[in-house]
Design a protein around this ligand. Structure first.
Ligand code: NAD
Length: 516
């Protein structure tokens, strides 16, 4: 098994340094698989490579799926009580190791440790929801639907299901999927983001410690090659995907063409409307946190503030003051409120989009492009940026920036603001800041968006509700986790049953059966 690799040190003395290799977890053990391809994992705060990640081949994926297929035979027969015991034990291990997991996330993603702890907390809530699986899987029963006939339904697992996840929540997003899938009796193959793969292996170890049989939870590290192998594999029954819209659309098209059940959550451009009757400082506080938390690399980040009527100038003034005060630094520094972005390419793309905003007539009121963090000069840092006077045709408005950039768009009325949101191809989350119940209600009923906040900037539903957007933010019929998660990972059986007395006359009929 390959466990480390040499990296040439740049800089004065040169030399080599050994870094770890993050491998797969298949059939209850760490394995580097057959592929020799590997990718670089960066530490965004230092700009240095901190690991290699093995990139799976089609053969590696086949090995993982075969292990999951074998494990399914036994796991799908394990009693609900036994499954629940393992889920509770796993919940305890994740809870006890929250800090460790958060630090691993921070080192590869860049987000501040406290934010990463919040991510783990939200993932834990899904595990806790899945601990209630005996109640969630209760079927229906109708007695005596016809004379001597009963009707009942129950749900069965699908088989091997796969999760393909993005870099921005390396623990929480997989936890939206696998606790419920496994609790329902499926076996799982996770293909995490190749940018921050370490969280997945910690999670795999804790599953094993919790008593989950080998093969029920597997991890294949990799890129498009691994994803395509999962999409085409005949033994994968369902795919849950979270990532960018272009890939989500591709996953949905190719996965459903191969006969799989697919839920594919895509990108976002989340708007927050601010009305003149809102507490402007309250709104600005929340918008700054929602736009710049996790360096804007959240699918529920607010990236467009729509200032209605004369709310605009006061809002921009307050946003600017607060954005300029955000403390940017290493995710490991407890004083930091915002860390770096994930890669150098992301940094360059975000800078380029801000440049285009300036070129196309936006007014850059807070400019993070040239931020340097002392002691971390090579880190992938960019400061909070606020662009006023943004118009819908500008690139900075049309693109999902996925960085710490907040655009301010002006609108004359609430209806104009609602129309703006509805004209946008994305429909993940949105929020309104107002003290008017009438405006809030008009907004909640009028916007074509899946998750809505009223004076709440990031309206992420709790684990016992389902999470998902509309339009180009989700391809498929079902949202993720909560009741729709249980429904996605199971299929129903409806049984019509009769237990006649042995001597009872058959009364069989050639007509279509009706109740008697
Ligand atoms: P991404 O689409 O680049 O990658 C997501 C996953 O797909 C990764 O595992 C990656 O390895 C794989 N992948 C990438 N390109 C592929 C290709 N061409 N073919 C097959 N597989 C491919 O997304 P990302 O950059 O990791 O994450 C950021 C994106 O995810 C943003 O667009 C963000 O809005 C979105 N996101 C959405 C939600 C949501 O709930 N809707 C949540 C989190 C993130």
């Amino acid at each position: 098994m390959r466990s480390e690799g040499a990296v040439a040190e740049a800089g004065s003395g040169g030399g080599t340094r050994f870094v770890k290799t993050v491998a797969h977890w298949i059939d209850g053990t760490v394995t580097s698989g057959a592929s020799t391809r590997r990718g670089t994992v960066w530490n965004p705060a230092t700009g240095e490579q901190q690991a290699w990640v093995t990139l799976a081949s089609e053969q590696d994926v086949a090995t993982a799926v075969a292990s999951a297929r074998r494990a399914f035979e036994a796991w799908s027969q394990v009693s609900l009580s036994q499954r629940t015991k393992i889920l509770f034990a796993f919940r305890e291990l994740v809870n006890a190791n929250t800090r460790r997991l958060a630090e691993a996330i921070s080192d590869e993603h860049g987000k501040v440790v406290a934010d990463a702890e919040g991510e783990v907390q939200r993932g834990l809530e899904v595990i806790e929801f899945a601990c209630g699986i005996p109640t969630l899987l209760k079927g229906d029963y109708s007695d005596q639907v016809s004379t001597g006939v009963d009707l009942f339904s129950f749900r069965e697992p699908l088989g091997v299901v796969a999760g393909i996840t993005p870099f921005n929540f390396p623990a929480m997003v997989p936890m939206w999927m696998f606790p419920i899938a496994i609790a329902c009796g499926n076996t799982f193959v996770l293909k995490p983001s190749e940018r921050d793969p370490s969280a997945s292996l910690l999670i795999a170890q804790w599953w094993a410690e919790a008593g989950l049989p080998a093969g029920v939870f597997n991890v294949v590290q990799g890129d498009k090659e691994a994803v395509d192998a999962l999409l085409d594999h005949p033994d994968v029954a369902a795919i849950s995907f979270v990532g960018s819209t272009s890939v989500a659309r591709y996953i949905h098209t190719r996965g459903t063409a191969a006969g799989k059940r697919v839920q594919a959550l895509g990108g976002a451009k989340n708007h927050a409307i601010v009305l003149p009757d809102a507490g402007i400082d309250f709104a600005a506080d929340h918008l700054v946190a929602a736009a710049f938390g996790s360096a804007g690399e959240r699918c529920m980040a607010i990236s467009a503030a729509v200032a209605v009527g004369d709310a605009g100038d006061a809002l921009v003034e307050s946003l600017s003051r607060k954005a300029a005060a955000v403390r940017v630094g290493s995710g490991r520094d407890p004083a930091s409120e915002m860390g770096p972005v994930v890669t150098k390419e992301a940094l360059q793309r975000i800078r380029g989009l801000i440049d285009s905003g300036a070129r196309q007539g936006g007014r850059i009121v807070v400019d993070g492009r040239n931020l340097v963090v002392k002691g971390h000069e090579k880190g992938f840092f960019i400061g909070p940026t606020v662009i006023d006077a943004v118009r819908p045709e500008m690139e900075v408005y049309r693109e999902e920036i996925f960085g710490p950039v907040l655009s301010v768009v002006r609108a004359r009325t609430v209806d104009e603001a609602i129309n703006l949101i509805n004209a946008n191809p994305y429909g993940n989350g949105t929020a309104i800041f107002t003290s008017s119940g009438e405006s809030a209600r008009r907004f909640q009923r009028g916007v074509k968006v899946g998750m809505i906040g009223i004076n709440v900037p990031i309206p992420v539903p709790l684990a016992y509700y389902s999470f998902g957007g509309w339009k180009d933010s989700l391809f498929g019929d079902q949202h993720i986790h909560g009741p729709e998660g249980v429904s996605f990972y199971t299929r129903a059986k409806v049984v019509t049953s009769r237990w006649p007395h042995v001597e009872q006359a058959s009364q069989a009929s050639y007509h279509f059966p009706t109740s008697k």
